[in-house]
Design a protein around this ligand. Structure first.
Ligand code: ADP
Length: 502
């Protein structure tokens, strides 16, 4: 595919032909600077859209709109069930426009359209549906207190009241653009917050289309504001804004640190979902018919551009060669191509920057003595395609072992015993996002799972996500959890109210 234009339906083609403004206070608004930035198809390098370039001035307008909507709009005074119905309707609208959203996701991010349709769009809709149910189930407690300093016999009634944290800034990455928007918006809406969402500069399209569905669903003006723009300008302004009560960030650990520093000005609450270098462990008794394709998908799904990718493979020495050969054979069958080609299984990396980063790391791996069982270098030419790569002969000092690559690169290491030394090696990372274990001995796998310092452990499966399951990181993989009941606490304050009786 040289150009996507002939492959798009009329509706998407027309939508892309108009420069896309940002959503502020329920209105589609150009950037105050008048600037637009180009958005590219990473498979061809072709420009596909122009998008308004938000900066600090637009962030400020958006924060004001969100503040007004929080303080005096209809959103905070709406009943929880009304709010829930609107959020549910948004989920329905995402499903109604599934094909269009999957097309936008594919041409903007590079992922196969059929994957975007089956995973990203479906899970996004489910997130809104799941979160819509929480609006009516956010409850406080009644608490018996001792009030030791009060005059004897005085009685009190004490209760807690969870309240929305207020105006929330949300900054999301490019690897799952629509899904990350849904993960962020869903719980913030369910708890009654108002939001300024800063989408990734590489992939603003699906979230801007979602913005139209947000208005169609009946979410009042100013409740969700969407500002596309660059990290150092729009993102940094949002993280530092003095009238933002909370910032939720998904992205790299390095930028996470910048967010924390920027948030320190007004001590806004912070939640972070950051990088990973997740261990995936195949025990000697594993069912290899399950483990080999499972470990292949664990690293190569979404071209390795998953924070939870199973990027460090540990295999019992007795089956090491068989497993590595098996994964290499599976990897060689993965068909790379344009996301709009229905036969494509893996698209390009997101950008030239990522292509250069990942291929630079591949070169460093080879230079430091790792052996590439398959892959090992980018394809070059147009589009940012990198083949699945498996490195063996690695050691923990190599950059490819220690650093998050965010590309289709697996490092495989044999182990002798599923004992403390394996646990120590698996935990030998600054990250602690996810882990995988493959074994037919459930008790043994469970005991190993308990010792891994990771927010998610998948046993005999990988990449299983659900709106009901909390997801997030230990160590430098983040603060707080996304999804499930757990995420609600990111967006709630607890007020304790005590009344003297009589
Ligand atoms: P990735 O490795 O996924 O590109 P980044 O952490 O660079 O991760 O980007 C994730 C998001 O953070 C993007 O929306 C990006 O624009 C934003 N971002 C980048 N730098 C900053 C910054 N200094 N302050 C706030 N946001 C930023």
């Amino acid at each position: 595919i040289q150009s996507i234009k002939p492959l798009l339906g009329d509706k998407v083609r027309q939508w892309l032909a108009t420069p896309r403004p940002m959503l502020i206070d329920g209105k589609w608004t150009p950037a105050q600077s008048g600037k637009f930035f180009p958005v590219y198809d990473p498979a061809t390098g072709e420009k596909i859209a122009d998008v308004a370039e938000g900066d600090a001035a637009d962030i400020d307008l958006a924060v004001r709109a969100a503040r007004k909507a929080f303080e005096s709009g209809p959103w905070p005074s709406m009943t929880p069930s009304e709010r829930g119905r609107i959020i549910h309707k948004l989920g329905d609208l995402v499903l109604e426009h599934a094909d269009e959203l999957a097309t936008l996701e594919s041409i903007d991010n590079g992922k196969p359209k059929h994957v975007a349709r089956a995973a990203d769009v479906t899970l996004s809709a489910d997130m809104f549906h799941y979160m819509s149910g929480w609006t009516t189930k956010i409850e406080g407690k009644t608490i018996s207190i001792s009030a030791l300093a009060a005059p004897p016999g005085t009685q009190f009634f004490s209760a807690t009241r969870p309240e929305p944290v207020g105006v929330v800034g949300q900054i999301i990455p490019w690897n799952f653009p629509l899904l990350m928007a849904a993960w962020k918006l869903g719980p913030a809406l369910a708890t009654g917050c108002t939001i300024v969402l800063k989408v990734a500069e590489e992939t603003p399209l699906s979230a801007l289309r979602l913005g139209e569905l947000i208005l169609e669903a009946g979410i009042p003006p100013g409740v969700v504001n969407i500002v596309p723009g660059f990290g150092e300008t729009a993102g940094a302004a949002l993280a530092a804004h003095p009238d933002v009560d909370k910032i939720a960030f998904t992205g790299s650990t390095d930028v996470g640190r910048l967010i924390v520093k920027a948030a320190a000005g007004n001590l806004k609450k912070v939640s972070l979902e950051l990088g990973g270098k997740s261990p995936n462990i195949i025990l000697a008794d594993a069912d290899l018919d399950l483990a080999i394709p499972g470990a292949t998908a664990a690293i190569f799904f979404n071209h390795g551009q998953c924070c939870n990718a199973g990027s460090r493979l540990f295999v019992h020495r007795s089956i090491f060669d068989r497993v590595v050969e098996g994964i290499a054979a599976e990897a060689s069958k993965i068909k790379l191509g344009h996301g709009l080609d229905a036969t494509t299984e893996m698209g390009p990396l997101i950008s030239e920057v990522q292509y250069n980063r990942v291929t630079g790391l591949l070169a460093s791996g080879l230079q430091q003595g790792a052996k590439a069982v398959c892959g090992g270098a980018g394809f070059g030419g147009s589009g940012y395609f990198v083949p699945p790569t498996i490195f063996t002969n690695t050691d923990p000092s190599m950059r490819v072992v220690a650093e998050e690559i965010f590309g289709p690169v697996l490092v495989a290491t044999p182990f002798d015993e599923a004992d403390c030394s394996l646990v120590a090696e698996a935990n030998n990372s600054i990250y602690g996002l996810a882990a995988g274990i493959w074994s037919t001995n459930t008790a043994k796998a469970q005991m190993l799972a308990n010792r891994l310092r990771a927010g998610t452990v998948w046993m005999n499966c990988y990449h299983v996500f659900d709106a009901a399951l909390p997801f997030g990181g230990y160590k430098q993989s983040g603060w707080g959890r996304e999804m499930g009941q757990a995420v609600l606490s990111n967006y709630l304050e607890t007020k304790a109210i005590t009344t003297r009786l009589g």
